[in-house]
Write a protein that binds this ligand. Structure first.
Ligand code: S3P
Length: 431
């Protein structure tokens, strides 16, 4: 386990292009593996997680070429995955395990999906339910991985997601794409819609009526050329860092600004950021833009900002860093309805509370969230990342405004989504 020392900074200045979006990279990798033809992907995520998805595609019969310039070429299996000769290793990636289960469930083979210790602790019953209603058999071990998928013909279902989860939605859509009949799916809280855009980009028919999605089965996909937008969840660390200094100035280029992910920008604005959108364009249904971020003039009065309900689902991956910088904000932060955070790569509610306290902050931990007063001063501390990438990076940002140095234990976890994180931090943080 490696430790990274973080020194306090004077300000944050500069421009940055973050690596390709992790969620979109997973989806493009998987759909490319199923499609006919060669898909060319530019700015594919450099994180370990989407590379787990690519490796699974290779094990299922796709050919993957990783070019020196970072572009990836995937020649798909034209709808026929093979029987892999070893378990499919999903590494640390819940997205790989859950979405892949849906993608392979109609193929007439037996697949075993394994992962690392953290992934083996995460709930998998949520995908077993709908996929078994469709006719697949999934064996779990007490609700967890390893998963054995006994694939075979699937029939369409009409499904309502019981928890807001884009991964569960995607597992059902990917299975529905290859089932007999038209699968319908409703979600009470809209989650990220990258799968919907990606399926259409690869040529699938998919319709939405209100909160109900319908996907006819028996569809074939065609390879695409695509550029993956920058990951707004990676950019979140620097957006939050920009809130910490009165004269900060940050420009983020080629950033994914899909509306189901961009609520983060509203939260950053509510916490004292000033965000200017410099440009936006659309690519395969995804918005890509450039933004400039500064800190607004100090706000006065008002209570803590509350993140709850649908907003919680929309910024679920950014909550660790929002919470980590919340003590420095003028009015503080309340997070509610975030019980899902307890079953991410770590129990993110418990770890955020523990690490904030280590830095001297006052924080109240609730079963479904956190209450963090603003206007606090923090000191450097030893941080336990819990081998969770987002915890390691969130507290590296909190460390920028602390008194004294901070040590991040298990800092190497950042490479799960953002291997360049510490280099980018060094280039933007002025000391
Ligand atoms: C993701 C969905 C979210 C998110 C995860 C990526 C996706 O998980 O936390 O990092 O790519 O669909 P859930 O589906 O469990 O909410």
């Amino acid at each position: 386990m490696s430790t990274q020392a973080i020194r306090p900074a004077r300000t944050l200045q500069g421009s940055l292009t973050v690596p390709g979006d992790k969620s979109i990279s997973h989806r493009y990798a998987m759909l490319a593996g199923l499609a006919e033809g060669t898909t060319r992907l530019t700015n594919f995520s450099t994180g370990a997680d989407p590379h787990s998805s690519l490796a699974c595609m290779e094990a299922l019969g796709a050919t993957v070429v990783r070019n020196a310039d970072g572009t990836i070429e995937v020649t798909g299996t034209a709808g026929a995955f093979c029987q892999p000769d070893a378990p499919l290793d999903c590494g640390n990636s819940g997205s790989t395990m859950r979405m892949l289960s849906g993608l392979i469930a109609s193929h007439p083979h037996t697949f075993t999906l394994i992962g690392d210790h953290s992934l083996t602790l995460r709930p998998m019953e949520r995908i077993r339910k709908p996929l078994s209603q469709m006719g697949a058999r999934l064996d779990l071990v007490e609700g967890h991985a390893p998963i054995t998928v006994h694939g075979g013909p699937l029939k369409a279902i009409d499904f309502t997601t019981p928890i807001p989860s884009a991964q569960v939605k995607t597992a059902v859509l990917f299975a529905g794409l290859q089932a007999e009949g038209t699968t319908s799916l409703s979600e009470a809280i809209l989650t990220r819609d990258h799968s919907e855009h990606a399926l259409k980009a690869f040529g699938a028919t998919l319709t939405r009526s209100g909160d109900r999605l319908s996907i006819p089965g028996g569809q074939k996909l065609k390879a695409i050329d695509a550029t993956v937008p920058g990951d707004i969840s990676s950019a979140a660390f620097f957006l939050c860092a920009a809130l910490l200094f009165p004269d900060s100035n940050l420009v983020l280029d080629a950033l994914g600004m899909n509306p189901t992910r961009a609520a983060l920008l509203d939260v950053v604005a509510a916490l004292g950021g000033r965000i200017k959108v410099l440009s936006v364009e659309e690519h395969h249904g995804e918005l890509i833009g450039s933004i400039q971020v500064n800190r607004a003039a100090a706000s006065s009065g008002g209570g803590p900002f509350t993140i709850s309900g649908a907003l919680t689902a929309q910024v679920i991956d950014e909550l660790p860093v929002l919470a980590a910088i919340a003590p420095y904000t003028a009015n503080g932060l309340i997070v509610r309805d975030a019980q899902e955070l307890r079953v991410k790569e770590s129990d993110r509610i418990a770890l955020v509370a523990k690490n904030l306290r280590a830095m001297g902050a006052e924080v109240k931990e609730n079963p479904d969230g956190l209450e963090i007063p603003g206007g606090q001063r923090l000191h450097g501390a030893v941080i336990d990342s819990g081998t969770d990438h987002r915890i390691a990076m969130a507290f590296s940002i909190a460390a920028l405004r602390a008194e004294g140095d901070t040590e991040i234990d298990g800092a190497e976890a950042a490479s799960i989504s953002f291997p360049e994180f510490f280099t980018s931090l060094d280039s933007l943080a002025q000391r």
